[in-house]
Design a protein around this ligand. Structure first.
Ligand code: ADP
Ligand code: MG
Length: 238
């Protein structure tokens, strides 16, 4: 059980209301994509789900459990950002295992989890390399690997591919789709890229000014965009 449910979530920074009463249910195992213009609150909504920001009001539940006031580390989530700061002096294997080591996980267990993540992401041949000897796409796979080793129920991605060139983005899209299928985890994914949204999403949530403008499957939004704004984000010819 790892669906994510938001009820009437509001976030204000001072008197700036950034999230304006969001109700949303992401099913267990669903790939849910947030799209919308810069500044509409996509990252803030992810950070609220992650617990990196506190809601001003409203509730957030993960796997049916109210986590509104639960610490990020205890929410069963892992977040992947666009700027993936790998430790330059550590190998790929050490980067993958570092968080577990800090949490006092045994060496044997770390080796197993790092091995599993490396296999899933096809990083096995690179485990002994330093980050400086990796391509951008390989580094981003290590960053995703660091999330996988923690065994989260829910993955949160904030524009993870936006620093990569078009070819690598296309490659990583395929990787992410495969990863989602293989792990069966709930994924919530923020992107600017229509192709990513249309190809990866089970459900697309279009945000505007801190509110949900429309949500539905890619086909639903493509065929029946509620207005020109949504059509613009989905790429519907209109
Ligand atoms: P998006 O990810 O969709 O581009 P954000 O969630 O980053 O949008 O930001 C939404 C709005 O909230 C923006 O106007 C931004 O300036 C504001 N905002 C985000 N974080 C903070 C913060 N910590 N303090 C004040 N304002 C913030
Ligand atoms: Mg953002």
């Amino acid at each position: 059980m790892s669906g994510v449910t938001l009820e009437n979530v509001v976030k204000r920074f001072g008197d700036h209301q950034v999230i304006d009463g969001v109700d949303l249910h992401v099913e267990q195992g669903e790939f849910c994509v947030f799209v919308g213009p810069s500044g509409c609150g996509k990252s803030t909504l992810l950070r609220l789900i992650a617990g990196l920001e506190q809601t001003t009001s409203g509730t957030i539940a993960i796997g049916g459990k109210d986590v509104t006031r639960v610490e990020p580390a205890d929410r069963g989530i892992a977040m992947v950002f666009q700027s993936y700061a790998l430790y330059p002096h550590m190998t790929v294997g050490e980067n993958l295992g570092f968080g577990l080591k800090m949490n006092g996980v045994s060496k044997v267990e770390i080796e197993k989890k790092v091995g599993d993540a490396a296999r899933i992401l096809r990083l096995e041949p690179l485990l002994k390399r330093k980050p400086s000897a990796l391509s951008g796409g390989q580094r981003q796979r290590v960053a995703i690997g660091r999330a996988i080793v923690r065994g989260p129920k829910v993955f949160l991605f904030d524009e993870p591919l936006s620093n990569l060139d078009a070819e690598l983005r296309a490659e990583m899209r395929v990787e992410l789709a495969r990863l989602h299928k293989q792990l069966g985890a709930t994924m919530i994914y923020v992107t600017h890229d229509q192709v990513e949204a249309m190809t990866l999403a089970d459900k697309i949530v279009v945000l505007r000014g801190g509110r949900i403008e429309q949500m539905g499957t890619p086909i639903e939004l493509y065929q029946k965009p509620a207005n020109r704004f949504v059509a613009g984000f989905i790429g519907t010819p209109s």
